[in-house]
Design a binder for this molecule. Structure first.
Ligand code: HEC
Length: 218
């Protein structure tokens, strides 16, 4: 009994703390709908850059690199764990599974965006049915849904770690009887192509003494 009261008191204190924080934010920045209303007037007209209002640290965000090079070595079962924890509350992924808060995700890789029959998409996503969820589109969306697609109703903050997104996407790829191919990752640009040198020319006896080693050391 006593323990319950103590727990309740701690909860209440936490709640009050959260609410006061929220109110302070609202008083200062105006109503809390950042994504859609960048132009909306705030309470005071102080020149602040938008990044100040969002979660700290997001200031210098870099262009997201392609996830494809990480996919073939991704850990599918680690991805399953993350998916179950972070996505499965809102998404089923079995064939013909029902829509929850979010649409069923059977065959999500390369599926047309906003195309699950019977799901009520946001206007933002419903407008994209001529586009597909390729690996990098999924990567961008899962990294930061609201930034990738302003106006989306997917209330999810995003997964910031590249390897975690790779793992989740590699798991999502399995939501199919015929998982989509993983495209060849482009070869690192620095590597000089040696394909056009006939193999015979690389044999030690055919090389000038000074060329005893290939530049790649292999
Ligand atoms: C709080 C619920 C919620 C969570 C958690 C969530 N989603 Fe969603 N998801 C949605 C909703 C709602 C939509 C529809 C968005 C829209 O219409 O703008 C959606 C849409 C999507 C879509 C587009 C589907 C389509 O048919 O075009 C993908 C892909 C997706 N979610 C992946 C994920 C992944 C991966 C995770 C976990 C990392 C996740 N979601 C977590 C609710 C959620």
């Amino acid at each position: 009994m006593e323990m319950n009261k103590i727990a309740a008191a701690i909860l209440l204190a936490g709640l009050i703390g959260m609410i006061t924080g929220k109110v302070a934010t609202i008083l200062y920045y105006g109503a809390p709908h950042h994504a859609e209303s960048h132009e909306a007037k705030r309470g005071y007209s102080i020149e602040v850059t938008e990044v100040d209002a969002s979660a700290g640290g997001a200031a210098k965000e870099v262009e997201l690199a392609s996830i494809i090079p990480l996919l073939s070595s991704a850990d599918v079962s680690a991805g399953e764990t993350i998916y179950n924890k972070k996505c499965a509350t809102c998404h089923t992924h079995d064939k013909g599974g029902k829509h929850l808060t979010g649409p069923n995700q059977w065959e999500i890789v390369n599926r047309k965006k906003g195309s699950a029959a019977g799901f009520g998409y946001s206007k933002a996503l419903a407008a994209l049915t001529d586009k597909q969820w390729g690996y990098d589109e999924l990567n961008g969306f899962i990294n930061n849904p609201k930034k990738y697609m302003p106006g989306t109703i997917m209330a999810f903050a995003g997964i910031k770690k590249d390897t975690e997104r790779a793992n989740v996407i590699a798991y999502m790829r399995t939501f199919s009887n015929a998982p989509a191919a993983i495209p060849e990752a482009p070869a690192p640009a620095a590597e000089a192509p040696k394909d056009d040198i006939p193999d015979k020319a690389l044999q030690p006896e055919n090389l000038h003494p000074k060329q005893g080693k290939t530049p790649h050391g292999d």
